[in-house]
Write a protein that binds this ligand. Structure first.
Ligand SMILES: Cc1cc2nc3c(=O)[nH]c(=O)nc-3n(C[C@H](O)[C@H](O)[C@H](O)COP(=O)(O)OP(=O)(O)OC[C@H]3O[C@@H](n4cnc5c(N)ncnc54)[C@H](O)[C@@H]3O)c2cc1C
Length: 386
């Protein structure tokens, strides 16, 4: 007889793993979590992801409900303010936690720390989650109330059945493609270069978003006088930047950012990500639900990708606890995905343009943001996930 699971989650990235942990903790369901890769904490250090993530208040609350936030205490840095500026122009906007009477606008965490904490928790959950690594979904078939999956683990194939299949299998989702879900896609022809910088003095909870002539530079405060940097540039420029040695790249970064945080002392390994928009127009198909980057891959300009993935997790948790119907779940997911995809897409395209009237509009935008409390509060609340 085929092995049966209530839920099979394809993809043990941050979103798939968070969902497995949430369901194991808050329901009695029997869960399979599988991934074609080896879990992050087993990889050699040089392969670790060096991205830094800004998590909003909604994500923080979810991780706290799952008892994970306390494990992250030593690795997270609160964001107290964000400075938004444009290179070579005078207007600036400052968003502060005080503007909305909050303690923080969000928290920054290194992706490798979050991966490690999630993996450690997985090993303590026990039998409610079966974890399979090096396991690829090679085929699946939806039946009336179940999905039959063919899993390929090294040379071996096994068939299993699950009541629900959750696709958390990345931007290039095999499941989404197999189901022929209509998907909006856009290649921004831009690449994000990420690295961690050592500073002479602490950034003291200040984050920076600086719009450049044809790109964006974001610095996110980290613990121990460090900050995470994300430099988004047209792909041809990014290729040149990636060919520089560490010191030359550090100097180029300092030149673009300026000296507000003092000298950049040292820079860690760089990684790069081509940027694209991927937005599934449907996220539920019979017994399959698509979440995380498989449903919505956004431009990182608004720092919303994982936050939106954790919103998916919270909604699915409510569905599996019978607090939402399938229809309500579908509406909640699609509405939020579309809102945030539109916001990040518009901002990304607006700031990629370099021409007279657009530059003026950008300056006016920053001026209005700085001087209109209503606009400022609205933007801050959106960023915080409300
Ligand atoms: C430069 C950059 C900066 C970012 N900054 C932020 C930020 O500040 N805040 C924020 O909220 N978000 C941010 N994001 C977005 C965030 O990193 C992603 O949204 C998040 O990591 C997506 O996680 P995921 O689990 O959905 O997908 P993934 O991490 O892609 O995981 C998918 C998993 O599925 C597995 N898989 C795929 N196909 C199969 C198959 N057929 N069988 C088995 N397994 C399979 C893969 O091996 C992989 O492990 C940023 C992104 C980038 C690129």
């Amino acid at each position: 007889m085929m092995q049966h699971y209530d839920i099979a989650i394809c993809g043990a990235g941050l979103v798939g793993t968070s969902l497995a942990l949430a369901l194991a903790q808050k329901t009695t369901l029997n869960i399979l979590l599988f991934d074609s890769k080896t879990p992050g904490n087993l990889l050699p250090k040089k392969h670790l992801d060096t991205r830094t993530l800004a998590l909003n208040a909604f994500s923080q609350q979810l991780l706290a409900q799952l008892g994970l936030w306390e494990d992250l205490q030593d690795y997270q840095q609160a964001i107290h303010s964000i400075q938004i500026s444009e290179q070579g122009r005078f207007a600036k906007a400052f968003l502060t936690a005080n503007d909305v009477k909050a303690q923080a606008l969000g928290h920054v965490i290194e992706i490798a720390d979050l991966q490690r904490v999630l993996q450690q928790r997985l090993t303590h959950v026990g039998k409610k989650i079966t974890v399979l690594d090096n396991t690829q979904l090679s085929h699946f078939r939806q039946q009336n109330h179940q999905v039959q999956l063919e899993l390929q683990q090294r040379e071996t194939k096994q068939l299993i059945v699950a009541d629900w299949l959750i696709a958390a299998d990345s931007s290039h989702s095999f499941i989404r493609e197999q189901l022929s879900i209509p998907t909006q896609k856009h290649d921004y022809q831009q690449t994000a270069i990420v690295s961690v910088l050592e500073l002479q003095k602490s950034a003291e909870g200040q984050a920076f978003e600086r719009f450049l002539k044809n790109g964006v530079l974001a610095l996110l405060p980290l613990t121990q006088q460090r900050c995470g940097s994300v430099w988004v540039a047209p792909t041809a420029t990014a290729t040149t930047l990636l060919s520089l040695d560490d010191d030359a790249y550090r100097i180029a970064l300092q030149h673009q950012f300026g000296w507000q945080l003092g000298p950049f002392l040292k820079i860690g390994p760089r990684q790069h990500y081509p940027l694209q928009l991927v937005l599934a127009q449907r996220v539920i198909e019979q017994r399959t639900i698509i979440i995380g980057n498989a449903a919505h891959t956004l431009n990182p300009i608004g720092a919303q990708g994982l936050n939106l993935g954790l919103h998916d997790v919270a909604c699915l948790l409510r569905f599996f606890k019978n607090e939402l119907t399938l229809d309500q779940l579908s509406k909640k997911l699609i509405t939020r995905n579309q809102q945030l995809a539109e916001l990040s897409d518009r901002t990304a395209r607006f700031y990629a343009l370099d021409c007279g009237p657009i530059n003026l509009a950008r300056q006016l935008g920053l001026f209005t943001l700085e001087h209109t409390d209503l606009v400022k509060n609205h933007l801050i609340r959106r960023m915080m996930g409300y």
